[in-house]
Design a protein around this ligand. Sequence first.
Ligand code: NDP
Ligand code: HSE
Length: 438
Amino acid sequence: MEPVKIGILGLGTVGGGTLNVLTRNAEEIARRAGREIKVVQAAARDISRSRICSTEGVALTENAKEVVSNPEIDIVVELIGGDTLARDLVMNAIANGKHVVTANKALIAKFGNEIFSAAQKKGVMVAFEAAVAGGIPIIKAIREGLAGNEIEWLAGIINGTGNFILTEMRDKGRDFADVLAEAQRLGYAEADPTFDVEGIDAAHKLTILAAIAFGIPLQFEKVSTEGITNITREDVNYAEQLGYRIKHLGIAKRTADGIELRVHPTLIPEKRLIANVDGVMNAVLVKGDAVGPTLYYGAGAGAEPTASAVVADIVDVVRTLTSDPENRVPHLAFQPDALSTLPILSMDDVVTAYYLRMHAEDKPGVLAEITRIMGERGISIEALIQKEPINKDSGATVIMLTQPVLERNMNQAIAAIEKLDTIRGSVTRIRSEHLNSQ
Ligand code: NDP
Ligand code: HSE
């Protein structure tokens, strides 16, 4: 049988890794796919640059459009990134009747609805396993392995760069900027690394996970997003004294009123496996009503871990080349005409526990005032630490853990506490989740 012909757009970290894996494991991959897979053409911005992969036998071009219109090519693998050129190339590839594999979460989160609809009409596949959690086959696990469940919630460390930075800062006391520069050197970070540290990359990935978990359209603009830039060494230490770790999580939860979609630093009890996921590793906890909690762990970024997911998608596409488009696994797990209109909740309507840190004057009655404000809004305190002032002018640090509460009530309580004459500066707030089987 003729080999299946591939065109790769982009030969950077992931493109280079993909070519290496396809070459090194060619025989094993062909045995799985049932056909030989041959990369016939690849595009890069500057084809004279040295690469992490050999490009022997591959026609190189600096004009990516040549690849998507090359009649010889069956599958276009988009590994350029961004959502402008990549969007045009993917839409053109689909219009030309080519299957598409991509690692581009920004593209899928923002334009996936239009891309899948075009692919559906044209009878081609768009596969995107590498877009979420690097090498972990989390899309396949949720879309296929958990297809019998109603998914109740999922929570994941889904940005490798951010987790690498937090781990190095905590374990080695390294400087934020220094660790970020290393993540960039290692090829973990996005072209614009603010996407990693401000939580945008995690929000792209959460958008995709929520769509396939709950059968809702992709709604990136509705994700509430906070990054890791405000996490201080002080909060990391206090969290540890209370038996917690701070991790940057993406959380999607089904509630009676709608869906919570949020990305933010989160305190997690240190005994949870996910609290001990360090470095560039990612992990996603998924709770299904039938299976209970399940945990998926692996490298969240990097050349070959991501290539592992890209190549798995290529094999999947090759295996289905002969199957009828109507009988393929739907792009977003649920049949396109069966997507749900469940609303996405505003952060005011989210229920979660909190870690609070504030500076108070060391006077009698201050704590009573704070607890009165909390009590009036139905907020129960689970733990409270008051640190002795370093000197008579420095004030005392008060740290609290609360029971779960409506975020609207917590916002009101924080505003009232910050107005007290005895409180200095603003209150630091980090959300906290127990992530147990409930
Ligand atoms: P890189 O920056 O390493 O690679 C991008 C590639 O695209 C480069 O080879 C570049 O060419 C090429 N390119 C850029 N512009 C053009 C253009 N106009 N025409 C042709 N080629 C072009 O990015 P990554 O490999 O890190 O990321 C690729 C995608 O994979 C992104 O969507 C990213 O979000 C995603 N991803 C990345 C992961 C990672 O660990 N890095 C993990 C999971 C997903 P040249 O080399 O000549 O500059
Ligand atoms: N920049 C991303 C990360 C790459 O660090 O997780 C993997 O999607």
